[in-house]
Design a protein around this ligand. Sequence first.
Ligand SMILES: CC(C)(COP(=O)(O)OP(=O)(O)OC[C@H]1O[C@@H](n2cnc3c(N)ncnc32)[C@H](O)[C@@H]1OP(=O)(O)O)[C@@H](O)C(=O)NCCC(=O)NCCS
Length: 179
Amino acid sequence: MFKGEKVTLRPVRREDLPLLNAFNNDVEVELASGGDPPMPQPLPMLEAEYEQQWAKGGRDNASFVIEADGKCIGGCALFDMDHTAHTAQLGIIIGDKEYWGRGYGRDAVRTLVHYAFRYRNFRRVWLRVHANNERGMRAYRAAGFVEEGRLRQHVYSDGSYDDMVYMGVLREEWEVHTP
Ligand SMILES: CC(C)(COP(=O)(O)OP(=O)(O)OC[C@H]1O[C@@H](n2cnc3c(N)ncnc32)[C@H](O)[C@@H]1OP(=O)(O)O)[C@@H](O)C(=O)NCCC(=O)NCCS
Protein backbone atom coordinates (compact mmCIF):
# COMPACT_ATOMS: atom_id res chain seq x y z
CA MET A 1 0.00 0.00 0.00
CA PHE A 2 2.71 2.50 1.01
CA LYS A 3 6.17 1.63 -0.17
CA GLY A 4 9.42 2.65 1.43
CA GLU A 5 12.85 1.66 0.16
CA LYS A 6 12.84 -1.70 1.93
CA VAL A 7 9.37 -2.15 3.38
CA THR A 8 5.75 -1.92 2.40
CA LEU A 9 3.13 -0.79 4.91
CA ARG A 10 -0.15 -2.57 4.28
CA PRO A 11 -3.38 -3.29 6.19
CA VAL A 12 -3.45 -5.99 8.85
CA ARG A 13 -5.08 -9.22 7.62
CA ARG A 14 -6.72 -11.87 9.73
CA GLU A 15 -4.05 -14.37 8.67
CA ASP A 16 -1.33 -12.08 10.12
CA LEU A 17 -2.72 -12.47 13.63
CA PRO A 18 -0.91 -15.69 14.69
CA LEU A 19 2.45 -14.18 13.72
CA LEU A 20 1.70 -10.82 15.34
CA ASN A 21 0.61 -12.74 18.42
CA ALA A 22 3.91 -14.66 18.43
CA PHE A 23 5.77 -11.31 18.28
CA ASN A 24 3.73 -10.07 21.25
CA ASN A 25 4.72 -13.16 23.22
CA ASP A 26 8.44 -12.81 22.50
CA VAL A 27 9.91 -11.44 25.73
CA GLU A 28 12.91 -9.83 24.02
CA VAL A 29 10.64 -7.98 21.58
CA GLU A 30 8.23 -7.00 24.35
CA LEU A 31 10.95 -5.63 26.60
CA ALA A 32 12.44 -3.60 23.73
CA SER A 33 9.01 -2.24 22.86
CA GLY A 34 8.44 -0.64 26.26
CA GLY A 35 4.92 -0.20 27.56
CA ASP A 36 3.46 -2.87 29.79
CA PRO A 37 5.72 -5.54 31.23
CA PRO A 38 5.71 -8.79 29.25
CA MET A 39 2.43 -10.65 29.81
CA PRO A 40 1.04 -13.73 28.09
CA GLN A 41 -1.21 -12.73 25.22
CA PRO A 42 -3.55 -15.51 24.12
CA LEU A 43 -4.28 -15.49 20.39
CA PRO A 44 -8.08 -15.22 20.94
CA MET A 45 -7.47 -11.95 22.79
CA LEU A 46 -5.76 -10.44 19.77
CA GLU A 47 -8.45 -11.86 17.49
CA ALA A 48 -11.16 -10.31 19.67
CA GLU A 49 -9.41 -6.91 19.57
CA TYR A 50 -9.14 -7.20 15.78
CA GLU A 51 -12.84 -8.04 15.42
CA GLN A 52 -13.90 -5.28 17.82
CA GLN A 53 -11.84 -2.69 16.01
CA TRP A 54 -13.40 -3.48 12.64
CA ALA A 55 -16.90 -3.90 14.05
CA LYS A 56 -16.61 -0.39 15.46
CA GLY A 57 -16.03 1.00 11.97
CA GLY A 58 -14.82 4.59 11.82
CA ARG A 59 -12.37 6.19 9.46
CA ASP A 60 -9.42 6.73 11.72
CA ASN A 61 -7.45 3.56 11.22
CA ALA A 62 -3.71 3.91 10.73
CA SER A 63 -2.46 0.44 11.74
CA PHE A 64 -0.15 -1.31 9.32
CA VAL A 65 1.71 -4.54 8.92
CA ILE A 66 5.33 -4.00 7.96
CA GLU A 67 6.06 -6.29 5.07
CA ALA A 68 9.51 -7.14 3.70
CA ASP A 69 10.54 -9.92 1.32
CA GLY A 70 6.85 -10.79 0.96
CA LYS A 71 6.31 -11.52 4.65
CA CYS A 72 5.06 -9.78 7.76
CA ILE A 73 8.03 -8.68 9.90
CA GLY A 74 6.13 -6.45 12.34
CA GLY A 75 3.63 -3.68 12.69
CA CYS A 76 3.43 0.08 13.07
CA ALA A 77 0.66 2.55 13.72
CA LEU A 78 -0.45 6.08 14.36
CA PHE A 79 -2.76 6.34 17.37
CA ASP A 80 -3.85 8.83 20.06
CA MET A 81 -4.90 11.07 17.22
CA ASP A 82 -5.90 14.60 18.18
CA HIS A 83 -7.88 16.14 15.34
CA THR A 84 -7.96 19.55 16.97
CA ALA A 85 -4.21 19.93 17.45
CA HIS A 86 -3.47 17.61 14.48
CA THR A 87 -1.10 15.37 16.39
CA ALA A 88 -0.64 11.62 16.50
CA GLN A 89 1.53 9.20 18.41
CA LEU A 90 3.67 6.69 16.51
CA GLY A 91 4.40 3.11 17.52
CA ILE A 92 6.48 0.43 15.82
CA ILE A 93 7.51 -3.16 16.46
CA ILE A 94 9.70 -5.22 14.22
CA GLY A 95 8.96 -8.62 15.69
CA ASP A 96 11.10 -10.70 13.37
CA LYS A 97 14.50 -10.31 15.02
CA GLU A 98 16.29 -11.42 11.83
CA TYR A 99 15.38 -7.97 10.56
CA TRP A 100 16.72 -5.93 13.46
CA GLY A 101 19.57 -3.55 12.77
CA ARG A 102 19.34 -3.77 8.98
CA GLY A 103 17.62 -0.49 8.18
CA TYR A 104 14.05 -1.83 8.05
CA GLY A 105 12.89 0.06 11.12
CA ARG A 106 14.32 3.34 9.92
CA ASP A 107 12.60 2.86 6.57
CA ALA A 108 9.26 1.90 8.16
CA VAL A 109 9.36 4.95 10.47
CA ARG A 110 10.14 7.28 7.57
CA THR A 111 7.34 5.77 5.49
CA LEU A 112 4.83 6.10 8.33
CA VAL A 113 5.87 9.69 9.08
CA HIS A 114 5.48 10.53 5.38
CA TYR A 115 1.99 8.98 5.50
CA ALA A 116 1.12 11.02 8.61
CA PHE A 117 2.11 14.37 7.15
CA ARG A 118 1.35 13.93 3.48
CA TYR A 119 -1.80 11.87 3.49
CA ARG A 120 -3.33 12.47 6.92
CA ASN A 121 -2.30 16.12 7.25
CA PHE A 122 -1.00 15.86 10.81
CA ARG A 123 1.16 18.72 12.11
CA ARG A 124 3.15 16.81 14.67
CA VAL A 125 4.03 13.17 15.27
CA TRP A 126 5.41 12.13 18.63
CA LEU A 127 6.41 9.01 20.51
CA ARG A 128 7.74 7.59 23.74
CA VAL A 129 10.83 5.43 23.93
CA HIS A 130 12.92 3.98 26.76
CA ALA A 131 16.30 5.70 26.99
CA ASN A 132 18.16 2.41 26.71
CA ASN A 133 16.55 1.72 23.32
CA GLU A 134 19.44 3.16 21.35
CA ARG A 135 18.43 1.42 18.15
CA GLY A 136 14.92 2.84 18.34
CA MET A 137 16.11 6.37 19.12
CA ARG A 138 18.54 6.31 16.21
CA ALA A 139 15.83 5.07 13.85
CA TYR A 140 13.59 7.94 15.01
CA ARG A 141 16.34 10.56 14.65
CA ALA A 142 16.92 9.34 11.09
CA ALA A 143 13.28 10.21 10.35
CA GLY A 144 13.66 13.73 11.79
CA PHE A 145 12.51 13.18 15.39
CA VAL A 146 14.26 15.15 18.13
CA GLU A 147 14.27 14.55 21.85
CA GLU A 148 11.76 16.90 23.51
CA GLY A 149 12.04 15.79 27.09
CA ARG A 150 12.52 12.91 29.43
CA LEU A 151 10.94 11.60 32.59
CA ARG A 152 13.80 10.43 34.75
CA GLN A 153 13.70 6.82 35.98
CA HIS A 154 10.06 6.73 34.98
CA VAL A 155 9.91 3.13 33.78
CA TYR A 156 10.80 -0.17 35.33
CA SER A 157 11.95 -2.81 32.88
CA ASP A 158 13.72 -6.11 33.35
CA GLY A 159 15.23 -5.36 36.74
CA SER A 160 16.11 -1.68 36.48
CA TYR A 161 14.66 1.79 36.12
CA ASP A 162 15.07 3.79 32.94
CA ASP A 163 14.22 7.24 31.64
CA MET A 164 11.19 7.68 29.40
CA VAL A 165 12.17 9.84 26.44
CA TYR A 166 9.64 11.90 24.49
CA MET A 167 10.52 12.57 20.86
CA GLY A 168 8.64 14.50 18.20
CA VAL A 169 8.82 15.80 14.66
CA LEU A 170 6.94 18.80 13.29
CA ARG A 171 5.68 19.03 9.75
CA GLU A 172 8.08 21.84 8.85
CA GLU A 173 11.06 19.85 10.15
CA TRP A 174 9.97 16.84 8.12
CA GLU A 175 9.60 19.02 5.01
CA VAL A 176 13.20 20.18 5.43
CA HIS A 177 14.33 16.64 6.20
CA THR A 178 12.60 15.04 3.22
CA PRO A 179 14.65 15.09 0.04
C1 LIG B 1 13.43 -0.15 17.24
C2 LIG B 1 13.33 -0.74 15.84
C3 LIG B 1 12.05 -0.28 15.16
C4 LIG B 1 14.53 -0.22 15.02
O1 LIG B 1 14.48 -0.80 13.75
P1 LIG B 1 15.77 -1.58 13.17
O2 LIG B 1 15.43 -2.00 11.80
O3 LIG B 1 16.16 -2.66 14.11
O4 LIG B 1 16.88 -0.46 13.20
P2 LIG B 1 17.69 0.14 11.96
O5 LIG B 1 18.47 -0.94 11.29
O6 LIG B 1 16.74 0.90 11.10
O7 LIG B 1 18.73 1.06 12.70
C5 LIG B 1 18.38 2.23 13.31
C6 LIG B 1 19.63 2.82 13.92
O8 LIG B 1 20.05 2.02 15.03
C7 LIG B 1 21.43 1.67 14.88
N1 LIG B 1 21.56 0.33 15.43
C8 LIG B 1 21.37 -0.84 14.83
N2 LIG B 1 21.60 -1.86 15.70
C9 LIG B 1 21.92 -1.27 16.87
C10 LIG B 1 22.25 -1.79 18.16
N3 LIG B 1 22.29 -3.09 18.41
N4 LIG B 1 22.52 -0.89 19.14
C11 LIG B 1 22.48 0.44 18.92
N5 LIG B 1 22.18 0.97 17.71
C12 LIG B 1 21.90 0.12 16.70
C13 LIG B 1 21.66 1.73 13.37
O9 LIG B 1 23.04 1.94 13.09
C14 LIG B 1 20.81 2.90 13.00
O10 LIG B 1 21.44 4.11 13.37
P3 LIG B 1 22.04 5.13 12.29
O11 LIG B 1 20.88 5.47 11.38
O12 LIG B 1 22.46 6.28 13.15
O13 LIG B 1 23.13 4.37 11.61
C15 LIG B 1 13.37 -2.31 15.88
O14 LIG B 1 14.64 -2.76 16.29
C16 LIG B 1 12.32 -2.91 16.80
O15 LIG B 1 11.15 -2.93 16.45
N6 LIG B 1 12.75 -3.39 17.96
C17 LIG B 1 11.83 -4.05 18.93
C18 LIG B 1 10.66 -3.20 19.38
C19 LIG B 1 11.03 -1.75 19.68
O16 LIG B 1 12.07 -1.44 20.21
N7 LIG B 1 10.10 -0.86 19.28
C20 LIG B 1 10.25 0.56 19.53
C21 LIG B 1 9.69 0.92 20.85
S1 LIG B 1 9.73 2.67 21.15
